[in-house]
Design a protein around this ligand. Structure first.
Ligand SMILES: Cc1cc2nc3c(=O)[nH]c(=O)nc-3n(C[C@H](O)[C@H](O)[C@H](O)COP(=O)(O)OP(=O)(O)OC[C@H]3O[C@@H](n4cnc5c(N)ncnc54)[C@H](O)[C@@H]3O)c2cc1C
Length: 250
């Protein structure tokens, strides 16, 4: 469970997060702004803001995260409810939160701990908001995909999963004869589902194309058994280190 007030940098450093699903959340945190931003920004703020380019959200979506919400009544009681993260954002900067309601925690189900997963992001310049981001997660047993999650950000009014694309992967044998064809169909399904916009960061056509490229690369990565448990580290990307003084942090 992640507390809503946990800072992004604290999440990145948490041992349990590093050991969870190939450290997919660590990847999202490393791509998230500068160290100064990561030391200020909270998990709850990133989710409740409902930014279509939010970095933590794709990684949490592919881990089937649930949110704990709470609000105080005029009588001083606390009313709590749980909702899936999937569907929490209803549009850019809008959510299912009721007046006075807060996100208090994020629960990640234990079954996702061993899933193969990865987060990717591309921006105009290092540390800008995403032009496109994505996360993928596969539950694999004896090379067979038992379940699949694909989530994309900055290409749709909300960060979203694409169930039609996920269905193309389920039942497939990773790196089997038809794996590439399945990945191709999944990417096509994503490209036809999303509704990217053109803005100062990228055109809709570029976003649609690059979204598919990032997904392909991530699916290739998670299908490679040699990369299992390879948690992203500062050393893996020059861009991760922006805003970090010295070299003592890993
Ligand atoms: C320079 C800069 C760089 C950034 N880079 C990135 C980036 O790379 N990736 C990225 O995803 N985002 C980025 N952001 C956006 C932002 O910092 C994050 O979304 C951050 O996680 C917001 O968290 P916060 O705690 O600062 O929330 P705030 O900004 O304080 O709040 C955001 C909104 O959510 C509400 N809110 C906050 N917490 C809760 C809660 N627990 N329950 C209900 N509502 C709540 C607030 O009332 C407000 O409406 C960046 C922002 C800046 C200024």
């Amino acid at each position: 469970m992640l507390g809503a007030t946990a800072r992004i940098e604290a999440v990145r450093r948490a041992e349990v997060v590093q050991q969870w699903a190939d450290g997919v959340l660590v990847g999202a945190c490393l791509h998230f702004g500068t160290l100064q931003v990561r030391n200020m920004a909270t998990v709850g703020g990133n989710i409740a803001h409902a930014l279509p380019a939010a970095d933590l959200v794709p990684a949490l979506l592919v881990l089937d995260a649930q949110l704990e919400l709470a609000r105080a009544t005029p009588a001083g009681d606390c009313v709590r409810r749980n909702v899936p993260l999937d569907g929490f954002a209803t549009g850019p900067f809008t959510t299912v939160l009721q007046p006075g309601e807060l996100v208090t925690a994020v629960q990640v189900p234990a079954r996702t701990r061993t899933w193969r997963a990865q987060f990717r992001k591309i921006g105009r310049v290092v540390k800008d908001l995403a032009q496109v981001n994505c996360a993928v997660a596969l539950q694999v047993e004896k090379q067979r995909v038992l379940s699949a999650r694909l989530a994309v950000g900055a290409v749709h009014p909300t960060v979203t999963r694409v169930p039609a694309a996920e269905a193309e992967l389920v039942g497939g044998e990773i790196r089997g004869a038809d794996w590439s064809a399945r990945v191709g169909r999944a990417v096509d399904a994503v490209r036809s589902f999303i509704r990217p916009i053109s803005d100062m960061r990228a055109t809709r056509e570029w976003r649609r194309h690059v979204c598919g490229v990032l997904l392909c690369r991530s699916l290739e990565w998670v299908a490679d058994p040699h990369r299992a448990g390879h948690v992203p580290r500062y050393e893996d990307g020059q861009s991760y280190r922006v805003g970090v003084q010295g070299s003592g942090d890993g």
